[in-house]
Design a protein around this ligand. Structure first.
Ligand SMILES: Nc1ncnc2c1ncn2[C@@H]1O[C@H](COP(=O)(O)OP(=O)(O)OP(=O)(O)O)[C@@H](O)[C@H]1O
Length: 295
């Protein structure tokens, strides 16, 4: 499998603080990949190093086997980045921004693409950029990223400020592009969004990848069990390999990796008034990795 991204022992230091610490990550060509982490985890730092906007302190990073620092000009011809901070020339009209991007990237089917995106995204082409709402500014940024039809598209919080219909249309387009071979990296705080659209995700914590998840497969196997009642038998479930995710006055939430049917005899405990079993959501994984302070 060809690699879109290959990162080896990457570190970035600001003063004595490590924004990234010996981070390793590999993303295959054609993947729709989610990057998850709380504020300050290092997502933007990683993306900025990949795009040669900042230099790493040590380690190696490559996109399509090209060195991110030394061969950045080649990489930029194949890569689009939609930043979470949308900024363009304030007094330019939207249509002129698109024309500029198309000219810069030698987009051949510009008129065709514009007709398509104008209809899908309900664009206000004759408005100046500064006159647009946040959501409409973000649409402009997304289309600027899509117009060159890049091999790799990196999106940082793309749905911030977009209404639900436009979000839906955006992911329809992204899934279509992904099917056609585009590698997509989605950095997002919206776990549902990542769970629904990405095939894999990496969790970043304090500058390191602490877990990777194959999303489409893992949901089928792993479960979340919630017990309701008073003075619940926590240890009995833990002794059977269940991992406590959350504990409240009247409920316990466990992550169950093995066959949940093995636990059925434990449910006869009369302290258990009720229980639910559901597939593991990305949010449960996030809580187990970040809130419970594991790894
Ligand atoms: N220019 C800088 N100078 C000093 N520290 C920085 C700088 N840029 C980032 N950092 C620090 O590096 C760490 C990683 O920041 P980064 O912006 O990569 O996080 P993030 O995961 O993108 O967060 P968010 O989800 O809030 O965007 C943080 O501790 C941040 O304070």
């Amino acid at each position: 499998m060809n690699k879109a991204i290959d990162v080896f022992d990457l570190s970035k230091k600001y003063g004595s603080h490590f924004a990234l610490k010996d981070l390793n990550l590999s993303i295959n060509e054609g993947e729709f990949f989610g990057l998850i982490g709380p504020n300050g985890a290092g997502k933007s730092t990683l993306i900025r190093i990949l795009l040669n906007m900042i230099f790493a302190t040590s380690g190696e990073a490559a996109i399509f086997n090209l060195d991110c620092a030394k061969e950045s000009a080649e990489i930029k011809k194949m890569t689009s980045y939609v930043s979470s901070d949308v900024s363009y020339y304030d007094s330019m009209k939207v249509k002129d921004i698109f024309r500029l991007v198309a000219k810069f990237h030698h987009v051949v089917d510009f008129n065709q693409q514009m007709a398509y995106y104008t209809e899908l995204f309900d664009l206000q082409l004759n408005k100046k950029f500064r006159e647009l709402s946040l959501g409409n500014k973000r649409k402009v940024a997304i289309i600027c990223g899509l117009l060159p039809q890049p091999k790799l598209l990196i999106l940082d919080e793309p749905t911030n400020g977009l209404d639900p219909l436009i979000q839906f249309r955006l992911f329809e387009i992204l899934e279509e592009k992904n099917k056609q071979g585009m590698t997509i990296i989605l950095s997002s705080h919206d776990l549902k969004e990542v769970q629904t659209h990405c095939e894999k995700a990496a969790f970043i914590k304090e500058g390191k990848i602490i877990a990777e998840e194959k999303l489409k497969e893992s949901h089928l196997k792993e479960k979340v069990l919630v017990l309701y009642g008073n003075d619940l038998p926590k240890e009995s479930f833990e002794n059977q390999g269940c991992r406590l995710l959350q504990s409240d006055m009247n409920s316990l939430t466990f992550h169950v990796q093995h066959d949940v049917r093995q636990l059925f005899p434990l449910f006869y405990d009369e302290r258990i008034i009720d229980f639910t079993i559901r597939p593991q959501e990305l949010e449960d994984k996030f809580l187990s990795l970040y809130v419970k302070g594991e790894n």
